[in-house]
Design a protein around this ligand. Sequence first.
Ligand code: SAH
Length: 345
Amino acid sequence: MKYIYDLDIDDLEKLMININEKKYRAKQLFEWLYRKRISSFFEMTNLNKNLINYLSDNFIIELIKEEQVLISNDGTKKYLFKLSDNNVIETVLMKYEHGYSVCVSSQVGCNMGCLFCASGKLKKVRDLSAGEIVMQILYIQKELDLIDERISNVVVMGIGEPFDNYDNVIKFIQIINHDIGLAIGARHISVSTCGLLDKINKFSKLNLQVNLAVSLHSAIDKKRNEIMPINYRYNLNELKECLLNYQLKTNRRITFEYILLKGFNDKVEDVLAIKKFLKGLNAYINIIPFNDINDKRFKSIKRNDCYYFYQKLKDENINVTIRKDFGNDIAAACGQLRAKKEEMS
Ligand code: SAH
């Protein structure tokens, strides 16, 4: 059986036509799922009995199961969700002054093999379906409903490489963005990629207002090769050309994530390389303090080192922010996924 959350509005309309129901039933169903957020098909009072029986015979409406929740002193919540095949994924809820933000996973594991990343140590088991990503949001939104709050921001920055699961991630975005459902604005959704250029090209043609974040981590090919195998496939020149095109089409500012690794990518040559790389792009650098993953190659970094590097970039007139860790006290159990927040701008 399939999750009902795997179907977007077009799929639901096709389904209704296939089973000789009126097409508008799809919208009613979608509203029940995402606006009224009911938990059983039998609560859908404006649908006929036959349709309700058909749906409950053919689709699962129960959400993914909560395996464990870690709550930080600052209110950050990290959820471990169990999928129907017993795989476990992570989702993080962060509270900002301006609302709630959720970081979702897009795959079970990841094949990109970035050296500094805990997720990459476990190879990809499988992609998540669109519905499995949607359920991470819906589960948390239903909890927030109890205190009359709503999710205002979504970042696809959890476990996995979203563009290695492109179709499902786009479908996920379309489902949570739809205005008769959760209606999370496109400008409030961000997708982070290590740089799969064919998918960035595809993404730029979608005409979505979704934010794109790119994991840069070094603007020097030799260094980026060392920590991000994707750089062998697409080097920095190719990445930049692709992003210039992306901006021509979308006119949207790009975020570059830059994990500061002490003694590795924090030198003067790195500052200059970043400056050169950013030339012509409308973008900013978001410094991420390296989150220790018990790997001897990289040492954890002090905040002061981040401020120092931040200042060096500022001195070169580069737009830069530092991400502050959220939920420090639960991060030890988090592996790679840590909730973060932009602190400075
Ligand atoms: N695969 C995507 C999205 C998942 S990772 C990508 O590469 O962008 C989300 C962000 O967390 C990326 O910028 C990633 O480089 C960063 N990250 C991974 N491991 C980290 C660590 N140990 N400390 C801090 N940030 C990390």
